[in-house]
Design a protein around this ligand. Structure first.
Ligand code: GDP
Ligand code: K
Ligand code: MG
Length: 269
């Protein structure tokens, strides 16, 4: 049976480098259905029956841009065997925003911590074990451009059963209350999706267009009406509150897992 690995990450995180490193020349390029966003697929070299799918580079799953909509629709509807989330280690705070959203989604995931050479040259030390523990999924340090980390990644893909993170970002109290009410409503609607119900509830509060569409197509109008009321009660700033809570969670995480050494500036006078 073919297992699909979905490659997700910010633009410039090294997605193309990693894709080429893993697939070599066995690539097929097309478009995502209905849109002119490029879709690349390829067999993973050195493993049997593993198909790597390159998702568009995105900074979040907010479904604002076409790329974000393609990525979120794919993950929601196709549920890959595992999400391979490539993260730029030299740009952790921004890159982890997408990671947090992906991990909240609750699909099986693994993180490729790329650009380790850049991070090290800037004096950034990352406790990878602790990072993996906090994210709730394996973290594999890589230098994709030089092929470093490939072997470890392949071994993991070959041998391990992918895990879903149990990452829970704590949101402000009134948001948590709304999420819990939405979870009850969504449970009664019996949506047939692999994504976590908590994540769907959070995306509904953020007015994520893709989630909005899925819910309007699959949930009873009377239930949607009650979901609307829960959302309206929170007012216009709920998406900011959710975003801020994610960034606060990331800042706390980074304080625990990173150390910035002072880099010595060389002078040539
Ligand atoms: P994409 O936009 O995510 O597809 O990223 P690319 O694979 O095109 O990489 C962006 C740039 O970073 C390119 O110039 C790559 O050669 C470079 N790059 C990729 N991985 C690494 C890495 O681990 N270390 C360093 N120093 N550069 C890398
Ligand atoms: K690029
Ligand atoms: Mg690219």
């Amino acid at each position: 049976m073919v297992q699909t690995i979905a490659l997700a990450g910010n633009p410039n995180a090294g997605k193309t480098s990693l894709f080429n490193l893993l697939t070599g020349t066995r690539q097929y390029v097309g478009n995502w259905p209905g849109v002119t966003v490029e879709k690349k697929e390829g067999w993973v070299k050195g493993l049997s029956s593993r198909m790597l799918i390159d998702l568009p580079g995105v900074y979040s799953l907010s479904a604002q841009s076409l790329e974000e909509k393609v990525a979120i629709s794919y993950l929601l509807q196709e549920s890959p065997h595992v999400i391979l989330n490539i993260v730029d280690a030299s740009n952790l705070e921004r890159n982890l925003y997408l990671s947090v959203q992906l991990l909240e989604m609750g699909l099986p995931s693994i993180v490729a911590l790329n650009m380790m050479d850049v991070a090290v040259s800037r004096g950034l030390q990352i406790d990878e074990k602790k990072l993996a523990q906090k994210l709730g999924v394996p973290v594999i340090p890589m230098i994709a451009r030089k092929g470093k980390g490939r072997q470890q990644l392949l071994e993991w893909l070959e041998k391990e059963e992918p895990t879903c993170s149990r990452l829970i970002v704590p949101y402000p109290e009134q948001v948590e209350r709304a999420i819990n009410e939405l979870i009850v409503l969504l449970d009664s609607a019996k949506l047939n999706l692999k994504a976590s119900v908590r994540w769907i509830a959070t995306m509904w509060l953020e007015r994520n267009e893709t989630i909005e569409q899925v819910i309007r197509q699959n949930v009873d109008p009377s239930v949607i009406e009650r979901m609307e009321l829960v959302r309206q009660r929170l007012g216009d700033t709920v998406d900011h509150q959710i975003r801020n809570a994610r960034y606060t969670w990331i800042e706390t995480l980074l304080r625990e897992v990173t150390t910035q050494r002072r880099t010595v500036e060389r002078t040539w006078s």
